[in-house]
Design a protein around this ligand. Structure first.
Ligand code: PEP
Length: 257
């Protein structure tokens, strides 16, 4: 019997934004999100330089903020890296780890992603662990093997209690930024598989929030979020427009009615 989990919608701004336009976007999102009910949670993961701005403009609102990556190290001589504790200093709630763009462009291994997950937890943040297959992997029937291996690497370094505090985002690489979302059925199928893997880790882990990411739009959000194992979304492009992002948040509320 599936337990009713609260919905969560998190924006991933990627490398977009400037001070002036962020101010408008953050203010509009905070105002719009205040009308949401049914325990729908909303967050935005901004580029590091804008973390203080997010804290200033979202503090006291219902919207949480976070970062798109953290270092695998706690501190030290790692030029250009940003430690999880530093993000936590600015009130960050979420840390995306293992986004496919980082796995692909920065050669992040499954083990490195696992270390980053641990750092985020140690800093008191909620890691949003991204997993997903490429089109080639899907076409060769390797989806479950790929996402299973990515997830296992993370679960291996966490206790059951720690694992119960993560969020997992299934983001098929072929759906990210392409305008071509997975169908609700395709997404649910993988989410059910991921849910079963989480359950293997322990009863407390079985109910972590599982987000879907990849070309979520106001038009497809409600059907996706209405699936039994989809607890919300990680939103890229559509999180840069307050109207679209808030419509997706509203879809999460409708799906939990
Ligand atoms: C993402 O990058 O996490 C993402 C889901 O992007 P988009 O919504 O633009 O596909």
């Amino acid at each position: 019997m599936s337990k009713q989990r609260a919905k969560l919608v998190v924006g991933n701004w990627k490398m977009h934004g400037r001070l002036a336009e962020n101010a408008t976007l953050l203010t509009e999102v905070a105002a719009g999100a205040s009308a949401l009910q049914n325990g729908v949670r909303v967050g935005v993961c901004v580029p590091y330089p804008y973390l203080a701005q997010a804290q200033a403009l979202l503090g006291g609102s219902v919207v949480d903020w976070g970062v798109q990556d953290v270092s695998a190290y706690a501190q030290g001589a790692y030029t250009g890296e940003v430690a999880a504790d530093m993000a936590a200093d600015f009130g960050a709630t979420y840390a995306i780890v293992g986004h496919s763009e980082r796995r692909a462009y920065h050669r992040e291994s499954a083990d490195l992603v696992a270390q980053k997950t641990r750092r985020a937890l140690d800093a008191g943040m909620t890691p949003i662990v991204c997993i997903g297959e490429t089109l080639e992997e899907r076409d060769t029937g390797a989806t479950e093997q790929v996402v299973g291996t990515q997830l296992e690497a993370v679960l291996l370094v966490l206790s059951e209690d720690e694992a119960s505090k993560i969020v997992v985002a299934y983001e098929p690489v072929w759906a990210i930024g392409t305008g071509k979302s997975a169908s609700a059925g395709q997404a649910q199928q993988v989410h059910a598989f991921v849910r079963a893997k989480l359950a293997d880790k322990g009863a407390a882990v079985a109910n972590v929030q599982l987000l879907y990411g990849g070309s979520v739009k106001p038009e497809n959000a409600q059907e996706l979020f209405g699936q039994p194992d989809i607890d919300g979304g990680l939103i890229g492009g559509a999180s840069l427009k307050s109207k679209d992002f808030l419509a997706i948040c509203q879809a999460a509320q409708n799906a939990s009615n």
